[in-house]
Ligand binder design. Structure first.
Ligand code: NAD
Length: 407
């Protein structure tokens, strides 16, 4: 077992708290193969938020600048969980200081910055310093189970993917202005939740080769400034001063995957859907469905038996499905699984890689920054399609840095 690992989380907001809790849980999952995990600091420019999170999740201190964390000798591993436009400066500074960095999605708010970050991560990796990105749904048991059913031939080759990630955090015109509503085309709902949905689509159906029919829409064009600091999707008290919303509330597009065609739609104004990542994947031998509102089950339809008696079945997840056995304190069938558990798996996966545990004995690794760039290239292609009357736009492979428009 390697030396103890000191952990910090930068950002004590909505997702920052999930990372803080996840590092605390990480060593309680599976067998005790991790080195000692020391919960050292929560960094937030808002000292009140930093202090509250440090106390709540048992971190030794809080810091109010990322530089203090970069300079700290007792910190080895840092999650960066702040607004997308701030990722580059903080991540590059931490990597340069020799910290292993787990950055939240999307990698940045611009492709240029994301590519620079991938460059910095490649250089850091040569010095043994890791930069990874947390696509939290990568180890969600239901999604992983469906992927296994595709890959082992039970479902077989996907023929059609239909995915939605609908949320309602921007549904009210009184929802306060925040960093989420600022940025260029595609930096709104598409970047915020489309990043997850595109990632999940590729996870199941292979690389997206092109997108078409891109549509971006701003449904609520101005929002009131908050009277105080806003965390996550909080509906804080607001002033009577409004600022324009700069980016998309709703986005949709068609995707040409390696194996099939798909339609994807995201929204942050979908009343009644706080956090609905839902998809169906129709395959050669049947179909499967997943709904984040019921994340501890999947729907499965297999083309077998008399057609008149066939139908979707509900499969409740348990220890026979990926990552559950040993991954929950009580890992009996049907005990449930939630998004916070997925953050625990993500933190565990990152710590396992940092600690040098072999991939074969670990949870699936966190994604690389190159995968983060690729994810942003897909979103960039959707924005380019939307800007050009829904034209089909090729998504470059990793070797092709520029977007190519297919006429
Ligand atoms: N994987 C997921 O499921 C998931 C969910 C939500 C958010 N996210 C991602 O997490 C990131 C943060 O989102 P959020 O909703 O938690 O944001 P948030 O607005 O709730 O919190 C951001 C925090 O960062 C702090 N902050 C601002 N500037 C800072 C700086 N320079 N240094 C340190 N702290 C600073 C703020 O005070 C605030 O507490 C984003 O990249 C977002 O896309 C991921």
């Amino acid at each position: 077992m390697s030396k103890p690992l000191g952990v910090a989380v930068i950002g004590a907001g909505m997702a920052g708290k999930a990372h803080a809790a996840a590092y605390r849980a990480a060593s309680t999952l599976y067998r005790p193969t991790l080195p000692e995990i020391r919960l050292v600091s929560i960094g937030d420019v808002n000292a009140e938020f930093g202090q509250a999170a440090a106390t709540r999740f048992g971190y030794a201190r809080h810091d109010s600048s990322w530089q203090a964390i970069a300079e700290a000798d007792d910190i080895d591993v840092v999650s960066v969980v702040i607004a997308n436009s701030l990722h580059r400066e903080v991540v590059e500074g931490l990597l340069a200081a020799g910290k292993h960095v787990l950055c939240e999605k999307p990698l940045s708010d611009s492709l240029e910055d994301a590519r620079a970050m991938a460059h910095a991560a490649a250089a850091a990796e040569e010095r043994g310093v890791l930069g990874r990105i947390g696509f939290t749904f990568r180890r969600t048991p239901g999604i992983a189970a469906i992927r296994e059913l595709i890959q082992d031939g039970t479902l077989g080759r996907p023929l059609h993917f239909s995915g939605r990630y609908w949320t309602d955090y921007g549904c009210s015109p009184q929802a306060p202005m925040s960093w989420r509503y600022k940025g260029g085309p595609g930096s709104g709902a598409l970047a915020d939740i489309g990043s997850h949905l595109a990632y999940v689509g590729e996870f199941l159906c292979g690389d997206i080769r092109s997108v078409s029919g891109g549509e971006l829409s701003t449904a609520i064009t101005q929002r009131p400034l908050p009277l105080g600091a806003v965390l996550g999707h909080d509906h804080a008290a607001v002033s009577e001063t409004f600022e324009p919303v700069e980016n998309d509330d709703v986005a949709s597009f068609s995707a040409e995957f390696a194996s099939c065609i798909g339609s994807l739609s995201v929204s942050r104004v979908a009343a009644g859907h706080p956090n609905s990542l839902m998809f169906e994947v129709f395959c050669e031998n049947g179909a499967a469905s997943f709904d984040q509102r019921r994340p501890a089950e999947i729907g499965l339809f297999l083309n077998e038996g008399p057609y008149a008696q066939n139908g979707y079945r509900q499969v409740i997840l348990g220890p026979d499905h990926p990552y559950i056995a040993g991954g929950l304190a009580m890992d009996a069938p049907g005990v449930g699984f939630g998004q916070n558990d997925a953050f625990g798996y993500q933190a565990r996966a990152f710590l396992e890689e940092v600690a040098g545990l072999p991939a074969a004995e670990s949870l699936p690794r966190c994604a690389t920054f190159d995968e983060g760039v690729r994810n942003m290239e897909i979103l960039g292609a959707v924005a380019a399609s939307a800007a050009d009357a829904g034209r089909r736009v090729e998504v470059p492979s990793a070797e092709k840095p520029a977007l190519a428009v297919v006429r």
